[in-house]
Design a protein around this ligand. Structure first.
Ligand SMILES: [Ca+2]
Ligand SMILES: [Ca+2]
Ligand SMILES: [Ca+2]
Ligand SMILES: [Ca+2]
Length: 413
């Protein structure tokens, strides 16, 4: 059997396997429906998505994974106080170790150009030096912790002052590409920064001293800091996208703000992460088994439970193709995992619901290599980026074996 024939056969098997699941799954749901009145729906991804695992191991700490629109995922493994904490990059099936040294490297972020930022911690503190890695070169941006970056390579991070009264103070520092601006000062406790491509920054300001503690959601936009109309005095974990939408958590509610009155999108959820289309990854506590599960709310208001037992699930990230990566703990094996909900590679490049001449044009472009990547993709040169969707056999290239699989799925009508 030639490799092409083999892949074609494999493809057919996979295809029919999926068909079978499609038939079986709805039956399964119907059967369960009666019993499910007080049960929670079982996890199932939206059609066209599947789950893989990027990291499986027993590390004490694995950072919240961050991802870009090329499907690249960065994360650190190891405690921030431990020198063997290192940064890793997942890209289309390949994991690269980015750091290998005797200092703690932790909490990386990545943008669509493949620029990475993380913190090199010092003295076991949640602050150290912020470093950027771009085109193989490391730049030190000075003191700070938990950097988040945007598509322009601008970044937001905190500086920490030692505890006074009852809490440490943390101030917001913003790197605008030229220099670092101190945006907040004094006895404030600012944290959880997210910055969009318009240099809007959202974060939580907390007061730990009062009992119970209180917090606000703040937005920096056009040189002004404004307080957003969060309804709970304990609102936190804001996320902002390039539409200017901001989502946050308070009293187990998720509110979505679009410049006006916030809309409660669910009264049973926490820690929302928005993509630039308005889709949201968030967490829900499931009382019946005392676990946190990952959910997706699409921009048009559909909800999907995407994780289930025996996983305890935590924060993550979502890209504009609605692919999601997140942290997870297997409660049976005690393994930590980074799981990834990705697009099933059906031959589609544009996800318009068919494999037609438009997808064929993209395939032809991807086959020619860097030219198409440059024209259609702002992504890093070493990454297949959006061409990954046409690497149908997941082997890191778009070649004749992928073309054979594509032809099998091609349906110009
Ligand atoms: Ca290290
Ligand atoms: Ca298509
Ligand atoms: Ca391939
Ligand atoms: Ca190949």
């Amino acid at each position: 059997m030639t490799p092409e024939r083999y892949l074609l056969t494999l493809r057919l098997v996979l295809h029919h396997g999926r068909e079978l699941r499609r038939i079986v799954q709805p039956l399964f749901l119907v059967v369960n429906m009666a019993a499910a009145i007080c049960e929670v729906a079982r996890a199932s991804p939206p059609e066209g998505y599947e789950f893989i695992e990027i990291y499986v191991g027993y590390a004490d700490v694995v950072s919240t994974p961050r991802m870009n629109d090329c499907g690249q995922v960065v994360y650190s493994v190891g405690d921030y106080a431990s020198p063997d904490s290192e940064v890793f990059l997942y890209d289309n099936g390949v994991i690269s170790q980015i750091t290998r040294n005797s200092v703690p490297d932790a909490y990386p972020d990545i943008n669509d150009d493949g620029l990475m930022a993380w913190m090199v911690c010092s003295d076991g503190r949640l602050e150290g030096e912020v470093v950027y890695l771009e085109n193989g070169r490391i730049t030190n941006l000075g003191a700070g912790g938990f950097p988040r970056i945007n598509g322009l390579g601008h970044g937001a991070w905190w500086r920490v002052r030692p505890p006074q009264d009852c809490a440490p103070y943390r101030t917001l520092h913003f790197y605008d590409g030229d220099g670092i601006i101190k945006l907040t000062r004094g006895k404030v406790n600012d944290q959880g920064f997210v910055v969009n491509d318009d240099d809007d920054i959202v974060w939580t300001r907390r007061w730990f001293c009062p009992e119970p503690w209180t917090s606000q959601i703040l937005l920096y936009r056009d040189g002004q800091i404004v307080r957003l109309p969060a309804s709970s005095p304990q609102s936190q974990m804001p996320s902002i996208n390039n539409l200017g939408q901001v989502a946050w958590t308070g009293d187990n509610r998720i509110e979505l703000w679009d410049g006006d009155k916030p809309e409660v999108v669910t009264d049973w959820g926490r820690n929302p992460y928005l993509n630039n289309r308005g889709d949201m990854y968030f967490l829900r506590f499931h009382d019946h088994n005392r676990t946190w599960q990952g959910w997706l709310r699409t921009a048009d208001g559909r909800f999907y439970q995407i994780t289930d037992d025996p996983f305890w699930n935590a924060d993550g990230d979502i890209n504009d193709d609605m692919e999601i990566c997140w942290n997870s703990l297997d409660l049976n094996s005690r393994e930590r995992r980074i799981r990834y909900m990705r697009r099933i590679r059906s031959g589609e490049a544009d996800f318009a619901g068919d494999v037609d001449l438009k997808d064929y044009a993209a395939l032809a472009g991807c086959l020619t290599g860097p030219e198409w990547v440059e024209r259609e993709n702002p992504g890093p040169q070493e990454s297949l980026c959006r061409c990954r969707f046409l690497d149908i056999d997941h082997d890191g290239d778009v070649d004749l074996a992928d073309v054979a699989l594509f032809q099998n799925a091609f349906d110009p009508d």
